[in-house]
Ligand binder design. Structure first.
Ligand code: DP6
Length: 327
């Protein structure tokens, strides 16, 4: 008898107001909120099969067996919730190059919880799915939803209110995203280690955390009012402040290379000349340029022409995590 399999798909997301730091490591609770956009063209598709013959969970990512540690952590929560045991085989594919230094944990854990909930026959609200995805990776809580998404820091000790919620669907303001890849080697310090190091050693970390709620407020209002200028200003402010807190860690974390800086200047020059575009940068050297509808092509051409840019990916905004029919 072949076991029943369930497949889900989720888009990567890019934070415009960043998440960087935790208030509880065990429950993976963020120190502050964040606000993101979910992407249509950078997706993870994940299939989960419960298999009584397995002695542990198995993870295959883009055709290669991987350590299933963090996946097992999330599946354990699902097994407890469902009151069922049974290890799973998890097979996951990214539609974008994993080695391109683009966050795949967000789309990965969002797709995982949606597929695993179905495999364990659990009916969960989007908020509960977001909570479970957060346990895998903080940013994954946001990929449960499409379009513009706000993540709440929450106040409860158990983290049940540290979940994301949708603000506006993609079609409500169809911004375009251009990702300029400037280095496709795996990053030396991943987000989790980088934020822990910043929390532990950067004198700027408290100032960073203190400002996030106000930035989320500005960004939420900018989204509601489709105010691109305001969203551009607060997004670049948030990204640069986050990087300032990392640069002031001991030793400082420098995620940028020369091409990253060239792209930042190019984006600012385009904006000064009237193009609707701003940049954001995560824990890596890639530039994510967010553009007004219709302006992505011009921005992509500009970024592609910059020395050190290896490739350019473009995306529209997309939907949240969902089950897809088995073929
Ligand atoms: C810079 O969600 O990868 O991309 O919760 O430890 O798994 P963990 O961290 P993760 O951190 C993302 C950091 C960021 C900013 C963001 O996406 O908000």
């Amino acid at each position: 008898m072949s076991a029943k399999q369930f497949t889900a798909r989720a888009g990567a997301n890019i934070a415009l107001v960043k998440y960087w730091g935790k208030r509880n490591a065990r429950l993976n609770l963020p120190a502050a909120g964040s606000l993101s956009i979910t992407l249509a063209n950078l997706e993870t598709t994940t299939t989960v099969v419960r298999n009584p013959a397995l002695r542990s969970d198995e993870l295959v990512l883009n055709g290669r067996s991987q350590d299933a540690g963090r996946v097992t952590g999330v599946l354990d929560l699902m097994r407890v919730r469902a009151g069922r045991d049974g290890f799973c085989r998890v097979e996951s594919h990214n539609s974008f190059p994993t080695a391109a230094g683009l966050a795949s944990s967000a789309s990965g854990f969002a797709a995982l919880v949606v597929a695993a909930a179905a495999a364990f026959d659990l009916t969960l609200s989007p908020a509960r799915l977001s909570e479970l995805a957060r346990r895998g990776s903080g940013s994954a809580a946001r990929s449960i939803f499409g379009g513009f998404v706000e993540m709440s820091a929450g106040e409860r000790e158990d983290g049940s209110d540290a979940v994301a919620r949708p603000l506006l669907e993609a079609a409500g303001w169809p911004l375009e995203v251009v990702v300029a890849v400037t280095d496709s080697s795996p990053k030396a310090v991943d987000s989790r280690r980088g934020m822990n190091h910043t929390m532990a050693t950067s004198p700027y970390y408290p100032a960073w955390v203190d400002g996030v709620a106000a930035d989320v407020d500005v960004a939420r209002k900018a989204v509601a009012g489709r105010d691109f200028e305001s969203l551009a200003e607060v997004s670049e402010y948030s990204a640069l402040k986050m990087h300032a807190s990392m640069l002031a860690a001991r030793p400082g974390l420098i995620y940028w290379n020369g091409a990253t800086l060239s792209c930042m200047h190019a984006v600012r020059e385009l904006r000064a000349a009237g193009t609707g575009v701003f940049f954001t940068i995560d824990a890596g050297p890639q530039i994510k340029a967010v553009c007004l509808p219709g302006q992505g092509r011009q921005v992509a051409a500009k970024l592609r022409s910059i020395d050190g840019v290896q490739r350019v990916l473009t995306s529209s905004l997309g939907q949240g995590a969902r089950l897809v029919p088995e073929t």
